[in-house]
Design a protein. Structure first.
Ligand code: PHE
Length: 348
């Protein structure tokens, strides 16, 4: 039995020469160490070995096993290193190949429009203030002079949240939020998201963006003339409008109230389908801040006076970019969005 073992060992070592291939190594492993390999076979025949010799034979089997396993490990390590060496020396890197072009994203057109509007107002000395989307009745309605059963509340179909909170229906809550905390003189613009229970359509969306602005100072310092000056300046700067007009209107929080129209950009006043043949396009709502609003923020209307305005950013975007459908701004279809890569700074 011992001679037999010695024979197995010799043959295996001979087969595991320095230049043994992967297959040769595997063959030896299976032949000698495998489940029905030579060593396993010897172990199975241990019964035939006289009792006193058994430990010696057993030890010898284990010794051969360890020796061969170690040898196999060394050879495999060598083969691996050689393979790596080979692939490194053969692989070629062509640094002249052109790379893959990565498409850069850009700011959403609505945000670009908003930034541009803000730039114009900041240039006139306004300060930007962010206010909250989730509001209470007081800041969205009550303080803005909408009394409990004011019909204008129904004009703005409101989303109510549990516990009486609501999603602001306009950015006019920003007037209240800022005036509550600060004292005049103030010249503020508040951009933000607004929400109304409207169906998504060509002209409307349940979520939209507004830009609110207001200016307050001592009585006599901020008049309707300033309102007209600031808003005419804005409309000319932003739209390159050729003419504007102020048309009497109504809002609970301003008195007097007006809407600013500009001469239709498409037909220049001649009348077309877009301006419904009136020659004018509505741009924004505005007015002198109602004394009731000033009282709600503890300003004395005998002492202070100011104006406010508000406009829809998507609506303005439609006019400015000549886009026909409001929904395009919210669908985020790249084929649409990618048409407005850089309005701010570029295509003005
Ligand atoms: N809050 C008004 C709206 O949503 C716009 C507005 C703001 C009008 C400020 C006058 C003054 O339609």
């Amino acid at each position: 039995m011992r001679d037999q073992l010695e024979e197995i060992r010799k043959r295996a070592i001979a087969d595991l020469g320095d230049d043994a291939t992967e297959t040769q190594i595997e063959n030896v492993r299976v032949r000698v160490l495998g489940r029905s390999g030579e060593l396993t076979e010897i172990m199975r025949r241990m019964r035939e070995v006289p009792n006193e010799e058994r430990p010696v034979v057993g030890q010898l089997v284990n010794q051969i096993k360890r020796e061969l396993e170690a040898r196999i490990a060394v050879l495999q390590e060598k083969l691996k290193a050689a393979a790596l060496e080979k692939s490194l020396s053969e692989a070629q890197l062509d640094v002249t190949l052109s790379g893959m072009k990565i498409r850069r994203g850009h700011v959403h057109p609505i945000h670009q429009i908003l930034e541009w509007m803000l730039e114009i107002f900041v240039g006139m000395g306004f300060e930007v203030a962010m206010t909250q989307d989730v509001e209470d009745d007081f800041h969205n309605f009550e303080a803005l002079n909408f009394t409990a059963h004011h019909p204008a509340r129904e004009m703005q179909d409101t989303f109510y949240l549990d516990g009486g909170a609501l999603l602001r229906t306009h950015t006019s809550n920003g007037q209240i939020r800022v005036m509550e905390k600060r004292q005049p003189p103030l010249a503020i613009v508040c951009p933000g998201r607004c929400f109304r229970r409207d169906e998504l359509s060509v002209r409307a969306s349940p979520m939209f963006t507004q830009l609110e602005g207001f200016m307050v100072d001592r009585r006599g310092k901020i008049t309707m003339a300033h309102l007209k000056g600031v808003l005419t300046e804005f409309t000319k700067a932003f739209f390159a409008a050729t003419a504007v007009r102020f048309r009497a209107s109504y809002f609970p929080f301003t008195e007097p109230s007006a809407e600013l129209d500009m001469r239709c950009l498409l037909c220049n006043g001649a009348g077309c389908a877009v301006c419904k043949h009136s020659g004018w396009t509505e741009v924004l709502g505005c007015g002198m801040i109602h004394p009731g609003v000033l009282r709600a923020v503890h300003y004395d209307p005998a002492e202070y006076q100011g104006f406010a305005f508000g406009m829809g950013v998507e609506r303005t975007g439609l006019l400015k970019l000549g886009v026909g459908d409001m929904r395009l701004f919210f669908e985020n279809d790249q084929r649409f969005i990618a048409q407005f890569p850089e309005l701010s700074g570029g295509a003005r």
